[in-house]
Every structure is written in structure tokens, then in C-alpha cells.
Design a binder for this molecule. Sequence first.
Ligand SMILES: C[S@@+](CC[C@H](N)C(=O)[O-])C[C@H]1O[C@@H](n2cnc3c(N)ncnc32)[C@H](O)[C@@H]1O
Length: 279
Amino acid sequence: MIWLTRGRFVEQRNGHRPIDTSVAHPARRYNYWLGGKDHFAADRESGDLLAAAFPTARIAALENRDFLRRSVRRLAEAGVRQFLDIGTGLPVPDNTHEIAQRIAPESRVMYVDNDPIVMAHARALTVGTPQGRTGYLEADLREPQAILHNPEVRAVLDFNQPVALLLVAVLHFIHDDELARSIVQQLLDALPSGSHLVASNLTMDYAGPEQIARHEEMYASGRSDARARTREEFGSFFAGLDLLEPGIVAVSDWHPDRPADQRPTAGEVAINGAVGRTI
Ligand SMILES: C[S@@+](CC[C@H](N)C(=O)[O-])C[C@H]1O[C@@H](n2cnc3c(N)ncnc32)[C@H](O)[C@@H]1O
């Protein structure tokens, strides 16, 4: 299905995929933690289970989203005009295109997510400024070439101009390190120099032994679907890029807009974030 209206595209690949409400899905669970309304019993159950094991899960979700907002704002202020936001999530106040187009109305933003429920809300993600362009594609990060060669992606983004690639809180759903690195590399290889990678990933770097053991047990049993990565493992996604200041830090500490005593600790947040620039 393709919707095409002035300045915006919405496409669903492979026909209509039904929304399976019986299985928890990251987009809806994340929406539950963010205080949204787009979730079902299975998502709430999974969210509550994880939050019981990690009581700061909701804080982590909010801080991660704030990192996305701040990084998009800073990049837009620095002149970046194109964004490829893969693992978009459900619409929230201040989606990527709203932040970028507020600063530069001509900004172009392409969203990609593999959850059919995000597709169902895509309209909210694709109403942008008349000067800019926004699009939504239902596709899987595991198929980077399909994303890169999709005609609608090419219609929204000009790959001869710098693009900020957003992989925020999505890489930890690709558990295999080599596969995740290869995906990131394939995407970056398609972008010209002066492009950016914005990414975040669950980490146990700041956790105590008890929390680490709890995470390992839940991950091994499949009750947690996010692969925690060390600073070094996460840093390998930025190999060959110039890491912007302050480098790899807990997302709440990346150009924070609140003093340290008003922010959660890195241990409470448990998500590392960084922004790198292609050379
Ligand atoms: C935790 S949410 C993060 C949303 C947003 N990036 C943010 O940081 O606020 C993760 C999103 O990634 C999407 N996702 C997970 N695996 C994916 C995949 N293989 N391909 C595309 N999207 C994926 C989920 O559907 C969900 O919307």
C-alpha cells in the first residue's frame, strides 16, 4: 500500500501485515513506558515484568527519547537537513521531523519501522512543512539494502547530501554483534562524508552485580529482548567516524539541559548514546 500526498509518502511493503496484539512488541512497550496510549495487554505485561526487574525502565525510556530530541535539535542547528530515522517508534510529542523542521522548514525526514502498529500511526509522522518532505516506510533494519534502494526513501532523501542516520534504541534488538555492525556499516557506506550516526544501546556498564545477573537471566530466558552492550561493543558502531563531544556517555549526560543533580544517574538510565560524523 502506498499513500502519496503532497510532500509525503507512506508505504507498506509486502502488503498488509496484521497487528498481532497477543505478543509484546518493543514499539508498544516503549509507548507504554513513555506514558502513551498505544499498547495492549501483552505489551503492558512485558513492560511491567521488565520494570519489576529494572525499576528505572520508564526513566530510561524518557531519557533515551530526550537524547533523540536533543541530538536532532543540535544537528539541525548545525545545518543537517536530512534524517533517516530507523526504529522510529510510535509518534510522540516532538517527532524527528517536527524538531528538524521547526529549525529548518526545508528539512527532509524518512522514518522506517518494522512494527505494523507504527505504520497505522504513520500519518502523524508524515504531516510536515510544505517546504520539507517526510516519509514513512515499513521495513526491517535487518535488510539495509532494501531500505537504501527503496524508491520512496530515495525520493525523500538525496544521498549525495549529508544525512543523519538515527538508530536510537533499536540496535539492541539485533543481538548478533557482527550482524549489527555490518548493518550499520552498509547504511553508513551509502552516505556521503559529513553525514552523522546517532545511536543508543542498552548497557550494563554502570550496573552493579545484582542488576547484571538479573539482566543476564532475563535475556537468556527471552524475557528481555534487548542485548546490553559494553562501551567498547557500542563504540565499534562508530569505528572510522569522528565522535562528537562528549563521546559515548549515558544518554542523559549527552549535552544535558539539566544540571547533574536533576538528572538520573547513568546506572538508572543504563543506555549509552553517542553521535559520530563520517569523514
Ligand atoms: C525502543 S523503540 C525506540 C523508538 C525511538 N527510536 C526512540 O528512541 O525513541 C524501538 C523501535 O524500533 C523498532 N524496531 C525494532 N526492531 C526493528 C527492526 N529490526 N527493524 C525496524 N524497526 C525495528 C520497534 O518497532 C520500535 O518502534
